[in-house]
Design a protein around this ligand. Structure first.
Ligand code: COS
Length: 386
């Protein structure tokens, strides 16, 4: 454990109270306004939530993966838009820097990311490169002590507020996809960097994405993450492995919240003279949801512990992401069904969760990409053992 057990328990209880007492009552309001109030961001800073996964020497809490997933279980009890505020600084926006950054790069940015003074984004996806991440077209051409970036990144979470982008670009015209991709740390103020308009989404109102456009954008050569060209694709893959586990934990938290809401509703809603929770067909839905979310919780914890012990958990993280994101989709669907007509109405918040969870099966690698990763790794392991 990175924190002493008592201290960690205090943190978990504080996050639990913050989520349930402060954030849950604001869910409908932030969905309607499509905005998270500045004071909430400030309170999150005060609680240290921007630096959960950032090492202590850079001002973060330095949680282990196991501790982090426990916090993500708690955060899952409210709208994903709240998690998104701190999601990139703790995850895809900082992990490349933590894993592969030079000491100078880490000390320049991590302390500010840990406090939430600056926000980071992960700029991998492009109009023509989503699941096939290695086919990205953004280029970075060396020009003396600078690189010139050209290209467009799409659906970039937190880009409208980001001060720092980890940008993946081709540094060579070589023919080996993935091997000539380099990661750059690009500040918002870089000349030639502009943002598209905020995307209109199906759900997760309050969390924002937009295009990030590079037009002859000049960055110093010292912006190359880790100081080495050609390492970017591996960095992206490692960051996504870790991110997938965090997302899986968040899915478990959301499923647990939806189950709690469904159970409470089923116990008070009466039809045919009794609470609908007494009907076995409702019980079957509750039981299926409980068993599946419990299975996902166990998978996530087991994988997080293995990661903390230094194991390669690529396959397991993909299993978690696939199972947990599909699971929360089924749980949300049953939650709508248990709530009946009320489940379809805005005021109960269930239809909002149903739309919100749909994204988990898509971002940080679709379910189909997780299937490919899992099966590929199975074949590789079997071939190596033969
Ligand atoms: N950790 C470290 N290195 C990894 C890795 C990992 N998890 N996964 C792949 N690599 C390395 C490989 O070892 C390979 O290195 P060499 O060139 O030295 O052999 C290199 O990266 C290329 O790997 P691979 O051949 O698997 O590349 P592909 O183009 O076939 O990758 C997938 C295909 C589907 C795995 C990849 O494109 C992917 O994950 N896509 C989904 C992207 C995504 O999640 N997007 C979401 C948007 S970001 S929120």
């Amino acid at each position: 454990m990175a924190l002493d057990a008592d201290l960690f328990e205090q943190l978990r209880q504080t996050v639990r109270r913050f989520v349930r007492e402060r954030l849950v009552p604001l869910e409908a309001e932030i969905a309607l306004a499509d905005n998270i109030p500045a004071e909430i961001r400030q309170e999150m800073r005060g609680l240290g939530l921007f630096g959960l996964s950032i090492p202590q020497e850079y001002g973060g809490l330095g949680l282990t993966m196991e501790e982090e997933v426990h916090i993500a279980f708690e955060l899952g009890h409210t709208s994903p838009a709240f998690r998104s505020v701190i999601g990139t600084n703790n995850g895809i926006g900082s992990q490349g820097l933590i894993m592969d950054g030079t000491e100078e790069q880490k000390s320049a940015y991590l302390p500010k990311l840990a406090t939430g003074e600056i926000i980071s984004s992960f700029a991998l996806t492009e109009p023509g490169a989503g699941s096939d991440a290695a086919s990205l077209r953004t280029t970075a051409r060396r020009d003396g002590e600078e690189y010139i970036l050209n290209g467009t990144k799409r659906f970039i979470t937190n880009a409208p507020y980001a001060d720092l982008f980890t940008v993946f670009a081709r540094t060579d015209t070589g023919d080996k996809p993935g091997r000539d991709v380099t990661a750059f740390l690009v500040e918002r103020s870089a000349p030639g960097l502009s943002l598209g308009k905020i995307d209109k989404k199906m759900g997760q109102a309050g969390s924002h994405t937009c295009d990030v456009i590079f037009e002859d954008c000049r960055v110093p050569a010292s912006s190359v993450l880790g100081g080495k060209e050609g390492q970017g694709f591996k960095t992206a893959m490692k960051v996504l492995d870790r991110g997938r586990l965090h997302i899986s934990a968040f899915c478990v938290g959301m499923a647990e919240r939806l189950i709690a809401d469904s159970l409470a509703y089923a116990m008070q809603r009466k039809q045919f003279g009794q609470p609908i929770a007494e009907f076995q067909l409702i019980q079957a839905m509750l039981a299926d949801s409980r068993a599946e979310s419990y299975a996902a919780r166990c998978m996530v914890l087991e994988t997080a512990r293995a990661k903390d012990q230094g194991g390669n958990v690529s396959t397991e993280a993909a299993c978690c992401k696939m199972f947990a994101s599909e699971m929360v989709g089924r749980v949300a669907d049953r939650a709508v069904q248990i709530h009946g007509g009320a489940g379809y109405m805005e005021e109960y918040g269930i239809e909002r969760a149903y739309r919100d969870v749909r994204l988990f099966r898509i971002y940080e690698g679709t379910t189909q990409i997780q299937q490919i990763l899992i099966a590929r790794n199975m074949i590789k392991e079997a071939a190596a053992a033969a």
